[in-house]
Design a protein around this ligand. Structure first.
Ligand SMILES: Cc1ncc(COP(=O)(O)O)c(C=O)c1O
Length: 411
Protein backbone atom coordinates (compact mmCIF):
# COMPACT_ATOMS: atom_id res chain seq x y z
CA UNK A 1 0.00 0.00 0.00
CA UNK A 2 1.30 3.44 -0.85
CA UNK A 3 1.62 6.44 1.48
CA UNK A 4 -0.70 9.33 2.25
CA UNK A 5 0.11 11.49 -0.79
CA UNK A 6 -0.91 8.73 -3.20
CA UNK A 7 -4.26 8.17 -1.49
CA UNK A 8 -5.11 11.85 -1.86
CA UNK A 9 -4.52 12.00 -5.62
CA UNK A 10 -7.62 13.49 -7.20
CA UNK A 11 -9.07 16.13 -9.47
CA UNK A 12 -6.35 18.69 -8.67
CA UNK A 13 -3.58 16.42 -9.97
CA UNK A 14 -5.62 15.54 -13.06
CA UNK A 15 -6.12 19.21 -13.86
CA UNK A 16 -2.43 20.03 -13.51
CA UNK A 17 -1.38 17.10 -15.70
CA UNK A 18 -3.93 17.94 -18.38
CA UNK A 19 -2.64 21.48 -18.35
CA UNK A 20 0.79 20.15 -19.28
CA UNK A 21 -0.46 17.78 -21.95
CA UNK A 22 -2.53 20.53 -23.54
CA UNK A 23 0.42 22.91 -23.44
CA UNK A 24 2.65 20.74 -25.58
CA UNK A 25 5.62 21.36 -23.30
CA UNK A 26 6.89 18.31 -21.39
CA UNK A 27 10.42 19.57 -20.73
CA UNK A 28 11.13 21.86 -17.75
CA UNK A 29 12.44 24.51 -20.11
CA UNK A 30 10.09 26.21 -22.53
CA UNK A 31 9.35 29.45 -24.29
CA UNK A 32 8.46 31.77 -21.44
CA UNK A 33 7.01 34.29 -23.89
CA UNK A 34 4.48 31.67 -25.01
CA UNK A 35 1.47 31.61 -22.63
CA UNK A 36 0.94 27.91 -23.45
CA UNK A 37 4.09 27.03 -21.54
CA UNK A 38 2.99 26.32 -17.96
CA UNK A 39 6.40 26.09 -16.22
CA UNK A 40 5.13 23.57 -13.65
CA UNK A 41 8.59 22.51 -12.45
CA UNK A 42 9.68 26.12 -12.00
CA UNK A 43 6.42 26.94 -10.16
CA UNK A 44 6.84 23.86 -7.97
CA UNK A 45 10.37 24.96 -7.05
CA UNK A 46 9.17 28.43 -6.16
CA UNK A 47 6.23 27.21 -4.07
CA UNK A 48 8.34 24.50 -2.44
CA UNK A 49 11.07 26.93 -1.40
CA UNK A 50 8.43 29.18 0.19
CA UNK A 51 6.79 26.23 1.91
CA UNK A 52 10.04 24.71 3.14
CA UNK A 53 11.53 28.04 4.21
CA UNK A 54 14.66 27.65 2.09
CA UNK A 55 15.88 30.29 -0.36
CA UNK A 56 16.36 27.79 -3.17
CA UNK A 57 14.63 24.58 -4.18
CA UNK A 58 15.69 22.35 -7.05
CA UNK A 59 13.39 19.64 -8.39
CA UNK A 60 15.02 16.32 -9.34
CA UNK A 61 13.99 12.83 -10.40
CA UNK A 62 14.02 11.07 -7.00
CA UNK A 63 15.04 11.28 -3.37
CA UNK A 64 18.18 9.33 -4.19
CA UNK A 65 19.03 11.88 -6.90
CA UNK A 66 18.34 14.66 -4.39
CA UNK A 67 20.82 13.17 -1.92
CA UNK A 68 23.48 12.63 -4.57
CA UNK A 69 22.95 16.16 -5.89
CA UNK A 70 23.12 17.67 -2.39
CA UNK A 71 26.35 15.77 -1.66
CA UNK A 72 27.82 17.06 -4.92
CA UNK A 73 26.60 20.54 -4.09
CA UNK A 74 28.61 20.35 -0.90
CA UNK A 75 31.65 19.10 -2.80
CA UNK A 76 31.80 15.70 -1.11
CA UNK A 77 34.18 13.32 -2.86
CA UNK A 78 36.97 10.73 -2.67
CA UNK A 79 38.71 10.50 0.69
CA UNK A 80 35.79 12.09 2.57
CA UNK A 81 33.73 10.48 5.29
CA UNK A 82 30.03 11.12 5.81
CA UNK A 83 28.35 10.14 9.06
CA UNK A 84 24.97 8.46 8.52
CA UNK A 85 22.70 6.52 10.88
CA UNK A 86 22.60 2.71 10.66
CA UNK A 87 18.81 3.00 10.51
CA UNK A 88 17.85 4.63 7.20
CA UNK A 89 16.79 3.57 3.75
CA UNK A 90 19.73 2.14 1.79
CA UNK A 91 19.68 5.14 -0.60
CA UNK A 92 21.18 7.42 2.07
CA UNK A 93 24.23 5.18 2.05
CA UNK A 94 24.29 4.57 -1.71
CA UNK A 95 24.31 8.31 -2.41
CA UNK A 96 27.42 8.68 -0.24
CA UNK A 97 29.10 5.71 -1.91
CA UNK A 98 28.39 7.05 -5.41
CA UNK A 99 29.88 10.36 -4.33
CA UNK A 100 32.96 8.16 -3.84
CA UNK A 101 32.91 9.01 -0.15
CA UNK A 102 32.86 6.58 2.75
CA UNK A 103 29.72 6.13 4.85
CA UNK A 104 30.53 6.00 8.57
CA UNK A 105 27.66 4.40 10.40
CA UNK A 106 26.42 5.87 13.66
CA UNK A 107 23.89 4.84 16.29
CA UNK A 108 20.31 6.00 16.67
CA UNK A 109 18.64 6.84 19.98
CA UNK A 110 15.02 6.52 21.12
CA UNK A 111 13.95 9.13 18.58
CA UNK A 112 14.88 6.34 16.11
CA UNK A 113 17.09 8.97 14.50
CA UNK A 114 20.79 9.75 14.54
CA UNK A 115 22.27 10.03 18.03
CA UNK A 116 24.11 13.32 18.54
CA UNK A 117 26.26 11.70 21.22
CA UNK A 118 27.41 9.01 18.81
CA UNK A 119 28.15 11.49 16.02
CA UNK A 120 30.85 12.99 18.17
CA UNK A 121 32.46 9.57 18.63
CA UNK A 122 32.47 8.99 14.87
CA UNK A 123 33.96 12.31 13.79
CA UNK A 124 37.47 12.12 12.33
CA UNK A 125 39.68 14.56 10.44
CA UNK A 126 38.10 13.17 7.24
CA UNK A 127 34.47 13.83 8.21
CA UNK A 128 33.08 16.23 5.63
CA UNK A 129 29.34 15.92 6.25
CA UNK A 130 26.74 14.57 8.65
CA UNK A 131 23.60 13.12 7.13
CA UNK A 132 20.73 13.53 9.59
CA UNK A 133 17.85 11.33 8.45
CA UNK A 134 14.38 12.22 9.72
CA UNK A 135 13.04 8.69 9.80
CA UNK A 136 9.36 7.75 9.74
CA UNK A 137 8.11 11.32 9.62
CA UNK A 138 9.86 12.65 12.70
CA UNK A 139 12.60 15.14 13.39
CA UNK A 140 16.06 14.27 14.62
CA UNK A 141 17.23 16.12 17.73
CA UNK A 142 18.36 18.96 15.51
CA UNK A 143 19.57 21.34 18.23
CA UNK A 144 22.02 18.73 19.51
CA UNK A 145 23.08 17.65 16.03
CA UNK A 146 23.64 21.24 14.85
CA UNK A 147 25.62 21.93 18.00
CA UNK A 148 28.04 19.03 17.43
CA UNK A 149 28.25 19.90 13.72
CA UNK A 150 28.98 23.53 14.57
CA UNK A 151 31.65 22.58 17.09
CA UNK A 152 33.59 20.77 14.34
CA UNK A 153 32.44 23.00 11.44
CA UNK A 154 30.91 20.09 9.55
CA UNK A 155 27.89 20.70 7.29
CA UNK A 156 24.66 18.80 7.91
CA UNK A 157 22.57 17.35 5.09
CA UNK A 158 19.03 16.53 6.14
CA UNK A 159 17.62 13.44 4.47
CA UNK A 160 13.98 14.48 4.67
CA UNK A 161 12.71 11.80 2.27
CA UNK A 162 10.38 10.35 4.91
CA UNK A 163 9.38 13.64 6.52
CA UNK A 164 8.45 16.20 3.87
CA UNK A 165 6.20 18.75 5.61
CA UNK A 166 7.41 17.94 9.12
CA UNK A 167 8.97 20.64 11.26
CA UNK A 168 11.21 21.17 14.27
CA UNK A 169 10.72 24.13 16.59
CA UNK A 170 8.94 26.09 13.89
CA UNK A 171 11.36 25.32 11.06
CA UNK A 172 10.50 22.94 8.28
CA UNK A 173 12.63 19.80 8.20
CA UNK A 174 15.19 20.04 5.43
CA UNK A 175 15.74 23.77 6.00
CA UNK A 176 17.84 23.58 9.17
CA UNK A 177 21.12 22.12 7.89
CA UNK A 178 23.20 23.24 4.89
CA UNK A 179 20.95 21.31 2.48
CA UNK A 180 17.81 19.19 2.60
CA UNK A 181 16.81 16.30 0.32
CA UNK A 182 13.21 15.14 -0.19
CA UNK A 183 11.56 12.21 -1.95
CA UNK A 184 8.22 12.10 -3.75
CA UNK A 185 8.04 8.35 -4.27
CA UNK A 186 4.72 6.63 -3.66
CA UNK A 187 5.33 5.95 0.04
CA UNK A 188 5.84 9.57 0.96
CA UNK A 189 3.70 12.36 2.43
CA UNK A 190 3.43 13.85 -1.07
CA UNK A 191 4.10 11.97 -4.26
CA UNK A 192 4.54 12.31 -7.99
CA UNK A 193 5.21 8.60 -8.56
CA UNK A 194 8.90 9.36 -8.29
CA UNK A 195 10.62 12.68 -7.86
CA UNK A 196 12.57 14.67 -5.32
CA UNK A 197 13.79 18.08 -4.24
CA UNK A 198 16.97 19.65 -2.91
CA UNK A 199 16.61 22.76 -0.74
CA UNK A 200 19.27 25.13 0.51
CA UNK A 201 19.77 28.75 1.55
CA UNK A 202 23.22 28.88 0.05
CA UNK A 203 23.49 30.31 -3.47
CA UNK A 204 26.81 28.63 -4.27
CA UNK A 205 25.49 25.23 -3.22
CA UNK A 206 22.32 25.80 -5.25
CA UNK A 207 24.35 26.66 -8.34
CA UNK A 208 26.53 23.60 -7.93
CA UNK A 209 23.47 21.40 -7.40
CA UNK A 210 21.82 22.89 -10.46
CA UNK A 211 24.89 22.32 -12.59
CA UNK A 212 25.27 18.74 -11.36
CA UNK A 213 21.62 17.90 -12.08
CA UNK A 214 21.64 19.49 -15.55
CA UNK A 215 24.87 18.87 -17.43
CA UNK A 216 26.76 21.74 -15.84
CA UNK A 217 24.32 24.52 -16.67
CA UNK A 218 23.69 27.70 -14.73
CA UNK A 219 20.26 27.93 -13.03
CA UNK A 220 17.47 27.66 -15.58
CA UNK A 221 20.06 27.78 -18.34
CA UNK A 222 20.01 31.52 -18.18
CA UNK A 223 22.97 33.41 -19.52
CA UNK A 224 25.51 32.11 -21.97
CA UNK A 225 25.65 28.34 -21.95
CA UNK A 226 28.33 27.33 -24.36
CA UNK A 227 31.73 28.13 -22.98
CA UNK A 228 30.26 28.98 -19.61
CA UNK A 229 29.39 25.66 -18.04
CA UNK A 230 30.96 25.24 -14.64
CA UNK A 231 31.36 21.47 -14.50
CA UNK A 232 30.47 18.17 -16.07
CA UNK A 233 27.07 17.32 -14.75
CA UNK A 234 24.48 14.62 -15.25
CA UNK A 235 20.75 14.65 -15.91
CA UNK A 236 18.42 14.43 -12.93
CA UNK A 237 15.95 17.00 -14.28
CA UNK A 238 12.29 16.76 -13.34
CA UNK A 239 9.87 16.88 -16.28
CA UNK A 240 6.67 18.93 -16.48
CA UNK A 241 4.28 15.98 -15.98
CA UNK A 242 5.99 15.01 -12.74
CA UNK A 243 6.15 18.65 -11.71
CA UNK A 244 2.41 19.04 -12.33
CA UNK A 245 1.50 16.15 -10.01
CA UNK A 246 3.98 17.29 -7.34
CA UNK A 247 2.58 20.83 -7.47
CA UNK A 248 -0.98 19.67 -6.80
CA UNK A 249 0.29 17.41 -4.02
CA UNK A 250 2.32 20.17 -2.38
CA UNK A 251 -0.75 22.38 -2.27
CA UNK A 252 -2.66 19.77 -0.25
CA UNK A 253 0.21 18.58 1.95
CA UNK A 254 -0.61 20.71 5.01
CA UNK A 255 -4.24 19.55 5.02
CA UNK A 256 -3.16 15.89 4.74
CA UNK A 257 -0.68 16.25 7.61
CA UNK A 258 -3.22 18.06 9.79
CA UNK A 259 -5.60 15.13 9.36
CA UNK A 260 -2.91 12.53 10.09
CA UNK A 261 -1.87 14.36 13.28
CA UNK A 262 -5.46 14.46 14.46
CA UNK A 263 -6.17 10.74 14.00
CA UNK A 264 -2.76 9.74 15.33
CA UNK A 265 -3.36 11.65 18.56
CA UNK A 266 -6.59 9.75 19.17
CA UNK A 267 -4.97 6.42 18.29
CA UNK A 268 -2.03 7.06 20.61
CA UNK A 269 -4.17 8.24 23.53
CA UNK A 270 -6.34 5.17 23.09
CA UNK A 271 -3.49 2.74 23.66
CA UNK A 272 -1.36 4.78 26.09
CA UNK A 273 -2.84 3.16 29.19
CA UNK A 274 -1.45 -0.27 28.24
CA UNK A 275 1.35 -1.34 30.53
CA UNK A 276 4.88 -1.97 29.32
CA UNK A 277 4.51 0.11 26.22
CA UNK A 278 6.67 3.11 25.46
CA UNK A 279 6.44 5.46 22.52
CA UNK A 280 9.25 6.67 20.33
CA UNK A 281 10.64 9.98 21.63
CA UNK A 282 9.56 12.94 19.50
CA UNK A 283 11.85 15.99 19.66
CA UNK A 284 8.94 18.13 18.45
CA UNK A 285 5.54 16.41 18.65
CA UNK A 286 3.79 19.41 17.04
CA UNK A 287 5.83 19.05 13.88
CA UNK A 288 5.57 15.33 13.22
CA UNK A 289 4.21 14.00 9.94
CA UNK A 290 2.27 11.35 11.90
CA UNK A 291 2.59 8.71 9.21
CA UNK A 292 3.21 5.96 11.78
CA UNK A 293 2.91 5.42 15.52
CA UNK A 294 6.06 3.71 16.77
CA UNK A 295 5.93 1.70 19.97
CA UNK A 296 8.90 0.37 21.94
CA UNK A 297 8.46 -2.74 24.05
CA UNK A 298 10.54 -3.82 27.06
CA UNK A 299 12.05 -6.92 25.43
CA UNK A 300 12.63 -8.31 21.98
CA UNK A 301 10.51 -11.33 22.81
CA UNK A 302 7.49 -9.23 23.77
CA UNK A 303 7.95 -7.09 20.65
CA UNK A 304 8.03 -10.19 18.45
CA UNK A 305 4.88 -11.52 20.08
CA UNK A 306 3.10 -8.22 19.52
CA UNK A 307 4.35 -8.22 15.91
CA UNK A 308 3.07 -11.72 15.35
CA UNK A 309 -0.43 -10.73 16.42
CA UNK A 310 -0.35 -7.75 14.07
CA UNK A 311 1.23 -9.56 11.15
CA UNK A 312 4.10 -7.04 11.35
CA UNK A 313 7.86 -7.26 11.70
CA UNK A 314 9.93 -5.63 14.43
CA UNK A 315 11.89 -2.76 12.90
CA UNK A 316 15.18 -4.63 13.11
CA UNK A 317 13.81 -6.93 10.41
CA UNK A 318 12.31 -4.18 8.27
CA UNK A 319 14.32 -4.89 5.16
CA UNK A 320 16.66 -2.35 3.64
CA UNK A 321 16.15 0.21 6.35
CA UNK A 322 18.63 -1.38 8.72
CA UNK A 323 22.33 -1.53 7.92
CA UNK A 324 22.64 -5.17 9.02
CA UNK A 325 20.13 -6.19 6.30
CA UNK A 326 22.02 -4.40 3.52
CA UNK A 327 23.99 -7.33 2.14
CA UNK A 328 25.53 -5.21 -0.62
CA UNK A 329 26.91 -2.82 1.97
CA UNK A 330 28.18 -5.56 4.27
CA UNK A 331 30.09 -6.99 1.30
CA UNK A 332 30.98 -3.55 -0.11
CA UNK A 333 29.56 -4.41 -3.50
CA UNK A 334 29.55 -1.31 -5.71
CA UNK A 335 29.80 -0.75 -9.45
CA UNK A 336 33.51 -0.08 -9.06
CA UNK A 337 34.98 -2.42 -6.48
CA UNK A 338 38.56 -1.81 -7.60
CA UNK A 339 38.82 1.84 -6.66
CA UNK A 340 36.53 4.35 -4.98
CA UNK A 341 35.36 4.68 -2.37
CA UNK A 342 36.53 1.70 -0.33
CA UNK A 343 39.84 1.20 -2.11
CA UNK A 344 40.28 4.85 -2.84
CA UNK A 345 43.94 5.90 -2.75
CA UNK A 346 42.92 9.12 -0.99
CA UNK A 347 41.26 7.14 1.73
CA UNK A 348 43.81 4.49 2.53
CA UNK A 349 42.22 2.71 5.44
CA UNK A 350 39.90 -0.20 5.84
CA UNK A 351 36.35 0.36 6.96
CA UNK A 352 34.18 -2.58 7.98
CA UNK A 353 30.42 -2.97 7.99
CA UNK A 354 29.37 -5.85 10.19
CA UNK A 355 26.21 -7.06 11.85
CA UNK A 356 26.27 -6.10 15.51
CA UNK A 357 28.50 -3.05 15.05
CA UNK A 358 25.74 -0.71 16.26
CA UNK A 359 24.45 -2.48 19.40
CA UNK A 360 22.26 0.40 20.62
CA UNK A 361 20.56 0.66 17.22
CA UNK A 362 19.95 -3.08 17.11
CA UNK A 363 18.58 -3.14 20.65
CA UNK A 364 16.10 -0.30 20.04
CA UNK A 365 14.98 -1.62 16.64
CA UNK A 366 14.56 -5.18 17.92
CA UNK A 367 12.01 -3.83 20.45
CA UNK A 368 10.21 -1.39 18.15
CA UNK A 369 7.13 -1.79 15.99
CA UNK A 370 5.25 0.60 13.72
CA UNK A 371 1.49 0.93 13.76
CA UNK A 372 0.41 2.58 10.55
CA UNK A 373 -1.39 5.91 10.55
CA UNK A 374 -1.07 7.33 7.05
CA UNK A 375 1.46 4.91 5.71
CA UNK A 376 0.78 1.23 5.24
CA UNK A 377 4.06 -0.32 4.20
CA UNK A 378 5.13 -3.81 5.21
CA UNK A 379 8.66 -2.91 4.14
CA UNK A 380 9.03 -0.49 7.04
CA UNK A 381 7.17 -2.81 9.39
CA UNK A 382 3.87 -0.91 9.31
CA UNK A 383 1.39 -3.62 8.38
CA UNK A 384 -1.47 -2.91 10.80
CA UNK A 385 -3.30 0.24 11.83
CA UNK A 386 -5.02 3.22 10.27
CA UNK A 387 -5.18 4.38 6.68
CA UNK A 388 -4.73 8.03 5.72
CA UNK A 389 -8.42 8.57 5.12
CA UNK A 390 -9.59 6.97 8.37
CA UNK A 391 -11.39 9.32 10.73
CA UNK A 392 -11.29 9.97 14.48
CA UNK A 393 -13.97 7.33 15.10
CA UNK A 394 -11.89 4.74 13.22
CA UNK A 395 -8.86 5.68 15.33
CA UNK A 396 -10.86 5.13 18.53
CA UNK A 397 -12.02 1.73 17.31
CA UNK A 398 -8.55 0.66 16.16
CA UNK A 399 -7.10 1.66 19.53
CA UNK A 400 -9.73 -0.42 21.33
CA UNK A 401 -8.98 -3.34 19.03
CA UNK A 402 -5.27 -3.03 19.79
CA UNK A 403 -5.83 -2.88 23.56
CA UNK A 404 -8.06 -5.92 23.33
CA UNK A 405 -5.52 -7.90 21.31
CA UNK A 406 -2.62 -7.01 23.61
CA UNK A 407 -4.05 -6.76 27.10
CA UNK A 408 -2.92 -10.24 28.16
CA UNK A 409 0.56 -9.57 26.77
CA UNK A 410 1.19 -6.01 27.93
CA UNK A 411 -0.12 -6.18 31.47
C1 LIG B 1 15.29 7.95 4.21
C2 LIG B 1 15.23 7.84 2.72
N1 LIG B 1 16.20 8.41 1.99
C3 LIG B 1 16.20 8.37 0.66
C4 LIG B 1 15.19 7.73 -0.03
C5 LIG B 1 15.25 7.64 -1.52
O1 LIG B 1 14.15 8.21 -2.15
P1 LIG B 1 13.68 7.72 -3.60
O2 LIG B 1 13.00 6.41 -3.43
O3 LIG B 1 12.76 8.80 -4.04
O4 LIG B 1 14.91 7.65 -4.43
C6 LIG B 1 14.15 7.11 0.68
C7 LIG B 1 13.09 6.40 -0.04
O5 LIG B 1 12.37 5.59 0.45
C8 LIG B 1 14.17 7.18 2.09
O6 LIG B 1 13.21 6.61 2.82
Amino acid sequence: MPGPGMEYIGEEEKKEVLDVINSGYLFRYGDSSNPSFKAKVWTLEKEFSEYAGSRYALAVTSGTAALLTALQGLGIGPGDEVIVPGYSFVASISAIVYSRAVPVLAEIDKTLNLSAADIEKKISSRTKAIMAVHMLGNACRMDEIMEVAGKYSIPVIEDTAQACGGSYKGKKLGSIGRAGAYSFNIYKTMTSGDGGMVATDNEEIYKRCFAFHDQGHTPNRQGVEIGNRSMLGLDFRMNELTGAVALAQLRKLEAVLRHLREIKKVFKNGIAALKNIEFRELPDPEGECATVLTIILPTREIAENVGERLGAKVLLNSGWHVYRNMEQLLQKRTSDSKSCPFNCPYYGRDVKYEKGMLPQTEDILSRSLNLSVGLRDKGIGAAWGLGPKDMVGDAEKKAEEFVDMMKDLLK
